[in-house]
Ligand binder design. Structure first.
Ligand code: C2O
Ligand code: CU
Ligand code: CU
Length: 486
């Protein structure tokens, strides 16, 4: 581990007792849970701010079958809460960053220009990325420097997102605004009559907290890695932002909308519901084989879901709230749709969406165990995998290129686990097979004391990647393991 982390842990007194765990759960007593950070700023009434839609990035040039983009990270002042200015770190100075719309199999090159005062790392979450462009947590882009990330996008259509991935600092840097959406489209999906154009909407959901003057609060010390001890379980904001707006409202027509939901929060999981039916058509790794009707949808940090909502089921003038059943009070609200006009709607959701190959665990060459827990590290407390804090030089696994492997993950408290390079399928949760046909995921939430088995195939690239918890405070407090595809 780096000396900086060791020093910081001592400095923050992380050797002391952990904060109280979930009440009434003796097994987990003492294990830190996510903590709410209260805003001091006056907060707007829900549903008074219109939903913004991030700008779609334009390539600076397109040559040789590739699109070249430039993303400049810089500090900017924006209005997130009505009447207040908030300093953010944004890709292109915006929060969220611009949406990149790319095509499967078409090379997309992103030049990241760092105009911030801190090193950064860019990661395309859900991307099937070559190792040198995957944003390994120590592949830093120094202040004033730039780096080209090459994304061949040899993968199916899916809703991806990009965000900062700097070792020990991902939590505060994403919190300050370094996140955006990245859509991959393909020909297969385009033959489907799904809602498109203005009725195909990315919704990046995250929670934040604000000081009285509008500044974002984060319980860390400037220039120090990690988070204050009381928040090592994760930081929960008390303002729910969608595309950077607090509890916004979207006017919709009586037609079908495709909503690409992305949980970009540091530590908050959502249980999303409109009270009516939503049709889920996609997951982290693109379209499901068949649509499934859901009444609520759980999204842990890092996870995405594609849903279609048919607003023709509602009357003109009706309001439809997207709620978070896992949140209390204002954190139980997310977004409101105001049904305000009729529109002819040629879209539909076909009974068959795509083909999802089932990865066969019988073909796995090995089963590996990854145990996620809190524990002591360097005289303090941190989050560990197999009893060890992240060391970028230690390879926890060396899968062979082309091999199928089963990875068995075990949790103490809840951890949304994310695997880089290749998507996976969930085989079992506490020994039970999940219902329905297989789907492609890149992040799976382990609840308290669970064992989840995933199966994946390591394809196309040899090199170093990571597996980590996507609760960003856990990630920064070392819940990460490097592996090398050989
Ligand atoms: Cu969304 Cu390794 O991260
Ligand atoms: Cu990722
Ligand atoms: Cu975790």
């Amino acid at each position: 581990m780096t000396p900086t982390r060791r020093d910081a842990l001592r400095l923050l007194g992380l050797g002391a007792v952990a904060v109280a765990g979930a009440p009434g759960c003796s097994l987990l007593a003492g294990t830190p849970q996510p903590q709410l950070l209260a805003s001091k700023a006056p907060l707007p009434k829900p549903f008074t701010v219109p939903l913004p839609v991030p700008e779609v990035a334009k390539p600076v040039r397109s040559v040789g079958g590739a699109d070249f983009y430039e993303l400049t990270e810089r500090a900017a002042e924006v209005e997130l809460l009505p009447g207040l200015r908030t300093g953010v770190w944004g890709y292109g100075g915006t929060f969220p960053g611009p949406t990149i719309e790319a095509r499967s199999g078409r090379r997309t090159v992103v030049k990241l220009v760092n105009q911030l005062g801190e090193p950064t790392v860019l990661h395309l979450h859900g991307g099937h990325n070559p190792p040198e462009s995957d944003g390994f947590p120590t592949d830093l882009v120094a202040p004033g420097a730039s780096r080209e990330y090459v994304f061949p996008l040899e993968q199916r259509a899916a809703t991806l997102w990009y965000h900062d991935h700097r070792m020990d600092y991902t939590g505060p840097q994403v919190w300050r605004g370094l996140a955006g959406m990245f859509l991959v489209r393909d020909a297969e999906e385009e033959t489907l009559p799904l809602p498109a154009g203005e009725r195909d909407l990315p919704l990046l959901i995250c929670d934040r907290s604000f000081a009285a003057d509008g500044t974002m609060l984060y319980p860390g010390l400037a220039g120090r890695p990690g988070v204050l001890e009381a928040y090592m379980g994760g930081v929960l904001g008390d303002v729910i932002l969608v595309n950077g707006a607090p509890w916004p409202e979207l006017r919709v027509s009586r037609a079908r909308y495709r909503l690409r939901l992305c949980n970009a929060s540091n530590a908050r999981a959502y249980e999303l519901s409109t009270g009516g039916a939503m049709i889920q058509i996609g997951s982290d790794g693109g379209l499901l084989a068949r649509p499934r009707t859901v009444r609520q949808l759980r999204l842990a940090p890092g996870e995405r879901a594609d849903v279609v909502i048919d607003f023709s089921a509602y009357k003109l003038g009706q309001h439809v709230e997207l709620r978070n059943l896992a949140g209390e009070g204002a954190q139980g609200k997310v977004l409101r749709f105001a049904v305000d006009r009729d529109e002819t709607d040629e879209s539909s959701v076909p009974a068959r969406l795509s083909t999802v190959e089932a990865l066969d665990p019988a073909k796995a060459t090995v089963t590996r165990d990854f145990e996620l827990s809190s524990g002591s590290m360097h005289g303090g407390t941190g989050w560990l995998i197999n009893g060890k804090p992240f060391d970028p030089k230690r390879m926890e696994a060396r899968p062979k290129l082309g091999d199928i492997e089963v990875w068995r993950l075990t949790s103490d408290v809840a951890h949304p686990v994310h695997l880089h390079l290749d998507a996976f399928q969930v085989l079992t949760v506490n020994g039970e097979r999940p219902q329905g046909p297989p789907e492609w995921k890149d992040t799976v939430e382990l609840r308290d004391a669970q064992t989840v088995e995933i199966v994946t195939r390591f394809t196309d690239y040899r090199g170093r990647y990571v597996l980590h918890c996507h609760n960003l405070e856990h990630e920064d407090m070392a819940m990460m393991a490097a592996f090398e595809v050989v």
